[in-house]
Design a protein around this ligand. Structure first.
Ligand code: NDP
Ligand code: PYC
Length: 338
């Protein structure tokens, strides 16, 4: 018997949607979440694919996440659109506020979407791609739970705090990068624990501050930032811009709110959109040409652009469907029983 289960993208979406609907999520939330989870799996981002159904449902069953609350979108200023998720997951809030973000970026040149009061579990690249589809450049940031120690310390302060950026390209997939500012994402540590695999070196310390490659010891100790003090400063920036600035929780506050439940983090998200035409005074084509020269200088020497692995995986998944561990599939099926 194979240890992997093969699902078409349609089956993966329907499984996700059914699990969420059976657990009380309204149709709008179930579809928004199922779409993003299916996209994560299709792009072989395993830590933010179908595995996330386990965390999504647990967080709802623990009474933390509201599975029905609809977001409220308001225009805060000429350049800021605000979406209050009312303690539901973030994805529907993003989807609802996106048209206004695009409109404002085109009018003002740069616009911000502030999402508040959202439980947040997802990769940021689907949102970045949704903005670049409109010909805009994009930047997104969000905190999480305080699992990560600052450089030079061993006590958690920061979340895994992803930063994602996208640049639209004519005739190509957008240039997108999306990474945690921790050396490894928390979701990846959980997948290492499920597979009983050691972590890479230099990702975490145990609760005595000693280096560890044991996933459980890392989870009760502290994760480390990537790039030492540089990742640490970026993680702090995410706390400030996507926490303090937007009047929402930092990762330490999100962890305190969680109070040991182990649910998805509750906080905010900041998404910025830039209109190349307004920034280049109507000559975005010239900027696009320079960008393409730079991309060519990267790939012409055999290096790859970020997201190339994802785009290749997406093409494969469209043809062959996705493959997930049998144990994960069985755990997901159990979620269909209430
Ligand atoms: P990875 O380290 O897997 O990848 C980081 C980025 O670097 C990707 O854009 C990746 O592209 C690119 N990349 C990797 N290798 C190369 C290479 N050799 N050359 C060029 N580019 C490369 O990401 P993380 O594990 O740090 O994060 C995974 C996901 O977790 C992200 O999507 C993030 O948003 C999500 N996350 C979400 C959190 C939340 O609070 N919501 C918290 C933390 C993480 P490619 O994908 O093509 O390999
Ligand atoms: O993988 O670090 C992570 C993460 C945190 C919240 C959602 N994903």
């Amino acid at each position: 018997m194979s240890d992997l289960i093969n699902l078409s993208l349609d089956q993966a979406f329907r499984l996700s949607n059914d699990v969420l609907a059976n657990n009380g999520f309204c149709a709008a939330h179930a579809q928004a979440i199922a779409r993003t989870i299916t996209r994560g799996q299709a792009d072989e981002c395993h830590s933010h694919g179908l595995y996330r159904l386990l965390v999504c449902v647990k967080s709802m069953r623990e009474g933390q996440v509201d599975p029905q609350a609809l977001p409220t979108v308001t225009e805060r200023s000429a350049a800021i659109v605000a979406a209050d998720a009312h303690r539901a997951y973030s994805l529907l809030a993003f989807q609802t506020a996106l048209p206004l973000l695009v409109q404002k970026a085109r009018q003002v040149g740069v616009a911000a979407m502030v999402i508040n009061n959202c439980f947040h579990f997802s990769a940021l690249w689907p949102e970045i791609e949704a903005v670049t589809e409109h010909g805009l450049a994009a930047l997104a940031l969000t905190p999480s739970h305080s699992w990560v120690a600052p450089a030079g310390g061993s006590k958690p302060v920061f979340g895994t705090n992803p930063i994602a950026f996208g640049w639209p390209r004519v005739g190509h997939n957008p240039f997108v990068f999306d990474f945690a500012t921790s050396a490894i994402a928390r979701g990846d540590i959980e997948l290492h624990r499920r597979a009983n695999r050691p972590l890479p070196e230099h990702c975490a310390v145990d609760d005595q501050g000693q280096p560890t490659t044991d996933a459980l010891a890392a989870m009760s100790g502290a994760m480390l930032t990537f790039g030492g003090h540089k990742g640490s400063a970026l993680a702090a920036m995410v706390e400030l811009l996507a926490g303090a600035l937007i009047n929402d929780m930092t990762s330490m506050e999100s962890m305190a709110f969680d109070n040991g439940v182990g649910a998805t983090p509750l906080h905010g998200e900041l998404i910025l959109a830039f209109d190349p035409q307004l920034f280049a005074n109507g000559n975005a084509e010239e900027g696009a040409r320079r960008a393409e020269e730079m991309f060519a200088a990267i790939v012409d020497q055999g290096a790859r652009l970020p997201s190339q692995r994802r785009y290749d995986a997406r093409r494969r998944s469209e043809e062959q469907g996705v493959f997930i561990p049998r144990a994960l599939y069985e755990d997901i099926l159990k979620l269909l029983d209430k």
